[in-house]
Design a protein around this ligand. Structure first.
Ligand code: GDP
Ligand code: MG
Length: 174
């Protein structure tokens, strides 16, 4: 049986950790250096998902689109988003302005793909004291946005909730 492929996009401001999240998910690696993305990079990763019967495990190929963080973003956004079934929209918990831009990213993605699913990743959670984290997560739940499945605190550095965000999204793409 041929593997089903689905396109997902990573969105978010410059430096929030989009490339790092993909790298941690696909290669299980992290680098403290800024991993500059030139143009668009597409990574592939097979994920398993099972319907109710355990013998029914199938594989889904995620085509994960990453884009360089620059002001060229606006000009190429529509082509970048085209055909995507889901998005991970990323903010950096240490930079509030990147969190304030999450809704803008949600809207620009949904303008091109109204029938899609979104996961919010509040990344770099390793840099913030645990007592503040849950409060931040609740502030960025976007309950009015039906497309938003859930908000996760992630760390591309420590691998926290990285597999989870991609797996949860994958489960909705079928
Ligand atoms: P992008 O522009 O959104 O693709 O961001 P990058 O993935 O290139 O990350 C920008 C910077 O943040 C790099 O120096 C990364 O090492 C760092 N970074 C990314 N994710 C994390 C994280 O979860 N924790 C910490 N401490 N640093 C991170
Ligand atoms: Mg990048």
């Amino acid at each position: 049986m041929p593997t089903i492929s689905k396109k997902i996009c990573l969105l978010g401001d410059f430096g929030v950790g989009k490339t790092s999240l993909i790298r941690q998910f696909v290669d299980k690696q992290f680098s403290d250096e800024y991993l500059s993305t030139v143009g668009v990079k597409i990574s592939r990763k097979l994920v398993s998902w099972s319907s109710k019967e355990p013998q029914n495990v199938q594989e889904l190929q995620l085509l994960i689109w990453d884009i360089e963080g620059s002001n060229k973003f606006r000009a190429i956004a529509p082509t970048y988003f085209q055909g995507a079934k889901g998005a991970v929209i990323v903010g950096d918990v240490t930079r509030e302005e990147t969190l304030n831009h999450l809704l803008e990213h949600i809207n620009s993605f949904l303008a091109i793909n109204p029938q899609s699913y979104i996961i919010i990743a509040l990344n770099k959670s390793d840099l913030i004291e645990a007592e503040y984290l849950e409060k931040i997560r609740k502030m960025y739940g976007f309950p009015k946005q039906e497309a938003v499945l859930n908000t996760y605190l992630t760390s591309a550095k420590c691998g926290i909730n990285v597999d989870e965000i991609f797996q949860v999204l994958a489960n909705y793409l079928i």
